[in-house]
Design a binder for this molecule. Structure first.
Ligand code: FMN
Length: 333
């Protein structure tokens, strides 16, 4: 195989207006204005995570901070919707804010985004919906979203109730979808980025690999634990309540898995162990043994903390090297 390939220029990078077809997707408590600005400055699209903020006014302030850091350049907001519309759900208010603020990109996850797609797009916002199963991606495509992300079993956060590995997700998506799709889950090297593109993806979504970025607002001890962790040091919890979550193995996961093994399948009994504020406290204190701390199998592939721009430069170097191994030179930026 010979020739020159510009892996950076894809339907997704064109949609996002980014130099690279890479999204630094939502990270509750962690994807704040500084992180998202660093993501955009590194050539990716980043998403401020709405679920980190107690109300719309706090989120509005964060959006403003990000706008200032980026001197008005476009960025995104992540909206994790609960699987079902329940009392107290803040999705409506968040979507209204996103439209009022003329945010360029939204990453939705959790449930069918159909009720919001047309209004968001009419406000000038592009909608990228994230799912763990192809059938949900097809529903989102039919609803008119601009792109989808399919996450595989390896991913940090929610891989769905019948997790499918990222390699299989990519092949399935390439056969079935017509809109641009990204693959997420376990992607932590440039070679994996090229693999996703080779399968037909228009880009990738990354969470775990970026957790050791300097801009991630978490304690050094937590980042050190991620660096030391092996690929097998994550585990799945909460399948008993059909809300499976891949997290860093720790005291909390041992306790929750014991309860689930004993037949507990009531979220009210599990919530005291897994509530989000415990995770927030762990990021602040560095005590990674407590809390349900989302992390994917990519933890086994991180060697040190670094500014996000350097992590991204390494991914680019590795992607170019992967293409060179295949006999395809990569077009320089
Ligand atoms: C610490 C952490 C927090 C996350 N929080 C959210 C979130 O609030 N909303 C969301 O849609 N996805 C969330 N995710 C999932 C990521 O956006 C992304 O889909 C996932 O990390 C990709 O797989 P990877 O971790 O293997 O890179 C989170 C992931 C991690 C690691």
């Amino acid at each position: 195989m010979t020739g020159t390939v510009d892996w950076r220029d894809t339907p997704l990078s064109r949609l996002l207006g980014s130099r690279l077809p890479i999204m630094a997707t939502g990270l509750q408590w962690l994807a704040n204005a500084e992180y998202v600005a660093a993501a955009v400055n590194s050539g990716m699209m980043g998403f401020i995570t709405a679920a980190s903020f107690v109300d719309a006014s706090e989120l509005r302030d964060e959006i403003q901070r990000c706008r200032e850091l980026l001197s008005g350049r476009a960025f995104g907001v992540n909206v994790s919707m609960l699987p079902k519309l329940l009392p107290g759900d803040r999705t409506e208010a968040t979507m209204t804010l996103i439209m009022d603020e003329r945010i360029g990109f939204v990453e939705t996850s959790g449930r069918d985004p159909s009720p919001y797609v047309a209004a968001l797009q009419a406000s000038g916002c592009r909608v990228v919906h994230k799912v763990p199963q192809l059938r949900h991606a097809l529903t989102a495509e039919a609803a008119g979203v601009d792109a989808v992300i399919l996450v595989g079993a390896e991913c940090g956060g929610h891989p769905g109730e019948s997790p499918v590995g990222s390699l299989v997700q990519g092949a399935l998506a390439a056969r079935a979808l017509t809109i641009p799709f990204a693959i997420g889950g376990g992607i932590a090297t440039g070679g994996q980025v090229v693999a996703a593109l080779a399968m037909g993806a228009a880009g990738v979504a990354i969470g775990t690999r970026f957790l050791v970025a300097d801009e991630i607002p978490a304690h050094a001890q937590y980042k050190q634990r991620l660096i030391e962790a092996q690929a097998g040091d994550t585990t799945l919890i909460l399948s008993s309540v059909r809300n499976s979550m891949r997290v860093l193995r720790n005291d909390t996961t041992a306790r929750v898995q014991m309860l689930e093994g004993d037949g507990v399948n009531d979220i009210q009994q599990l919530l005291p162990h897994v509530r989000g504020t415990l995770g927030k406290a762990a990021y602040e204190s560095g005590d990674w043994r407590q809390g349900a701390l989302s992390a994917g199998q990519g933890v086994g592939l991180m060697r040190c903390t670094a500014p996000l721009v350097e992590i991204v430069a390494e991914l680019e170097y590795e992607a170019d090297a992967a293409l060179a191994r295949l006999g395809c030179g990569s077009a320089a930026v």
